[in-house]
Design a protein around this ligand. Sequence first.
Ligand code: MN
Length: 338
Amino acid sequence: MELLTHKRIYDLLLSAQNPVLVSDVRLDGDSLGSVLAMYHFLHQHGKPSRVYVAEAVPEQYQFLPDVHVCSTDAKIFDDSTIDLVVVFDCSEAEFVTSLVERVDGNPMIINIDHHKTNPKYGHVNQVLVDAPATAEVVFRFLEANNVVITKHVSTCLLAGLCFDTNMFSNSATNERALDTASQLILHGARVQDVIRTMFQNRSVSALHVWGAALERLTDHPEIRVMTTVLTRSDIETHQVTDDEIDGLSNFLNLVADTDTLFVLRETKEGGVKVSMRSRTKDVSKIASAHGGGGHAKAAGFTLPDASLVENESVWCVSREERVHPIAHALRFEEFFSV
Ligand SMILES: [Mn+2]
């Protein structure tokens, strides 16, 4: 089935008249690397395509080959000649619908992803949950179709793979991740540029915010859980973007002596975003229970209309005029044997 789908996607891509490639609404190294690798593949086959990203490409990714082709202008979709939309690393059907609705026509949708919570919204779905990254799904697609993997494609895919495995350190890192990475390096991927992007990009203010989060780490040893919080004021005082603090959960996951980690932060929109990482628990179940999504070992959700408050040195979630300690607000008793 996987192989047949790879072949079908190949035929659809090369026969499309006006394809548009789309990355996840939340742009990251994997969705960006995957979308650009596919752009290069089409270019290599003499087929022009357009690339849509929902937000501007962060500075750290500017080294990716032809990254300038990414457009944040949703007007791209006001075009009745679009006959194919290919979406990468995105499990949010509503986001895809909101874009495709703008096309005056009926474009085919191909959904290429590895999220366990992907609802398979495409006409063709290549959702491989055992893949460490969507970039690896794209790699398998190229291999299945005997496509020569160029330097540009290798660099884009290695960026995706390194991002989602947090440089081969998290639980998404399987044999396939390492094997694919070595093949990409053999095909000429720019390893040093990718490493720099992954690690050497944090400003002093971003690290100060990490410092605040480290100070507030709370251990719940009986259930092997650690939690920490960042308020809007932390984020605004240091003027860091959400992107800049994003690596915090991954960093803590790497160094903290615990099984499951919750990083809560207040969002601009007046909610609390919860990022979860776990070594043994399926946190995607917790995410789904709260209307979020993700992978078994890394998932997240947002509590709308909520804020974080410190109550007698205990960090709490305030919602609907009620204040609950984090363990209660996130229903730990339901998900962990407390
Ligand atoms: Mn991914």
